[in-house]
Design a protein around this ligand. Structure first.
Ligand SMILES: NC(=O)c1ccc[n+]([C@@H]2O[C@H](COP(=O)([O-])OP(=O)(O)OC[C@H]3O[C@@H](n4cnc5c(N)ncnc54)[C@H](O)[C@@H]3O)[C@@H](O)[C@H]2O)c1
Length: 437
């Protein structure tokens, strides 16, 4: 079976590589020439655990190209994994998906199934079908459209694809359904075949539910701080209830990334567009927006302003295991601190280059080690729960910092570790250890 994949981002490249690892011949298409050149040499342009290794192992089944016409011409299945970023009104920008649809319509020369993996608003697959049929150059062939939403999480994308929690296949006809069941035959995962609109909705409903869960726990955490409860103890108690489950109950400074922020806004927009209101999702968005600034607000207790302070920033990606900065809390907090005159010492194991490109160098020292970042710092803010941070001997905060005040936005440590250390340790939803009154 000849497979093409449009877009080689976190979804497209991981999909292509995982399919190739199962023995399919896969041609991955991207418009970004630089990226394609890198991939042709067997190098992954994104950081994702296990991806480079699997890509190397599967290179004989992989082709990377910018030549979409050649790739789509005789492909039997074309996966579409291009971006659907947020527009200024919160709705999903479908420009890239339609670009690919047009390219397929102009190039396809045999019956094929176009599989939409990109997250798209409910009804988009139907519209794409009409669009492709209108624009189709070869009118003798049939181009089917199937929805196959992606549930992988960055940081565990390869594992999530090879051992998916579920594979949702949304089709309106038997042929594309059978083709996709065949493609996924070698993937051990529950397979759910539904209508296309339901498949599109499964994706939004799932992501928005997880965002809701996070915002709910964060609000509970904020209240815990006020009433003297400990959110870790509370969520442990909640998580033992199988109806609640113990995952996605970590309190922190809010979700980021390329999916939750935009998918909550897109569903909210879609509801409003249809004269409905999803109030729970709107509340989750609002809570997340203010949660992002929690550490800086806490820091104001210790410093009236940040002028000339040395502030160590540990982690700048939106979560560990990825180099992705999209919607990361660090991106809104760092400019605020710089505006207030702070000097920043930033450490992140994989995200610093992207961060440097986005935020620049002025008043920022990019550090190769955590220790270097902590040197002479008046304050340390933890934005990402990297393993290196969790494993750090906390006495280092005292040894290296000028004033050991650590504010942890990801609850990286048990509180006991800071008892009797002389380090002021504040986190989310828990008491502050060695607080200064
Ligand atoms: N990143 C995630 O964790 C994740 C998880 C589930 C679903 N999704 C959804 O999957 C989609 C893709 O997300 P992503 O994070 O992989 O995006 P990304 O931005 O990392 O990658 C998109 C890629 O598509 C390429 N592209 C743009 N136009 C193209 C065209 N006409 N032909 C070929 N390539 C083209 C871009 O150059 C880029 O490399 C989005 O809809 C997203 O919501 C993402």
């Amino acid at each position: 079976m000849k497979i093409a994949v449009a877009g080689t981002g976190y979804v497209g490249l991981v999909t292509g590589v995982c399919l190739a690892s199962k023995g399919y011949r896969v041609t991955c298409v991207d418009v970004d020439e630089e990226k394609v050149k890198i991939m042709q040499e067997g190098v992954s342009p994104i950081y994702e655990p296990g991806l480079s290794e699997l890509m190397m192992e599967s290179m004989e089944n992989l082709t990377f190209t910018t030549d979409y016409a050649e790739a789509y011409k005789d492909a039997e299945v074309i996966f579409v994994g291009v971006g659907t970023p947020e527009k200024s009104d919160g709705s999903a920008n479908l420009t890239y998906v339609y670009q690919v649809a047009k390219q397929i319509a102009q190039s396809a020369d045999r019956d094929c199934v176009v599989v939409i993996k990109s997250t798209v608003p409910i009804g988009t697959n139907d519209k794409l079908e009409s669009y492709i049929h209108d624009k189709q150059k070869n009118k003798d062939i049939k181009i089917y459209i199937a929805s196959n939403p992606e549930f992988l999480a960055q940081g565990t994308a390869v594992r999530d694809t090879l051992h998916a929690s579920r594979i949702v296949i949304g089709t309106e006809e038997e042929y594309p359904k059978q083709v996709l069941l065949k493609v996924y035959e070698k993937f051990e995962a529950p397979k759910l075949t539904v209508g296309r609109r339901s498949a599109e909705m499964v994706k939004y409903a799932s992501n928005d539910f997880l965002a809701l869960k996070i915002s709910y726990v964060n609000e509970i955490a904020n209240l815990c701080e006020t009433v003297g409860a400990d959110v870790e103890e509370v969520t442990k108690g909640m998580g033992l209830d199988p109806r609640i489950g113990n995952r996605f109950l970590n309190a922190g400074i809010g979700y980021g990334g390329s999916c939750f922020p935009k998918d909550t806004k897109a569903l909210s927009w879609l509801a409003r567009f249809n004269d409905k209101e999803i109030r729970t999702v709107r509340a989750a968005i609002e809570v997340n927006e203010s949660q992002k600034f929690k550490l800086v607000k806490k820091a104001k207790k210790y410093y009236d302003d940040f002028l000339f302070l040395n502030i160590a920033i540990l982690g700048c990606t939106f979560k560990p295991g990825t180099d992705d900065l999209r919607e990361a809390p660090s991106l809104v907090n760092v400019p605020l601190l710089l505006e207030d005159g702070a000097h920043l010492r930033i450490w992140d194991p994989v995200g610093m280059e992207n961060f440097r490109k986005r935020i620049g160098e002025k008043n920022i020292c990019y550090c190769n080690t955590i220790e270097e970042a902590l040197e002479d710092a008046d304050l340390c803010l933890i934005f990402t729960e990297w393993d290196e941070v969790k494993k750090l001997d906390v006495r280092k905060y005292k040894e290296l910092m000028k004033r050991p005040i650590v504010l942890d936005g990801r609850n990286c440590y048990p509180l006991e570790r800071f008892e009797n250390t002389g380090i002021t340790y504040g986190s989310v939803g828990r008491r502050t250890v060695n607080d200064i009154n």
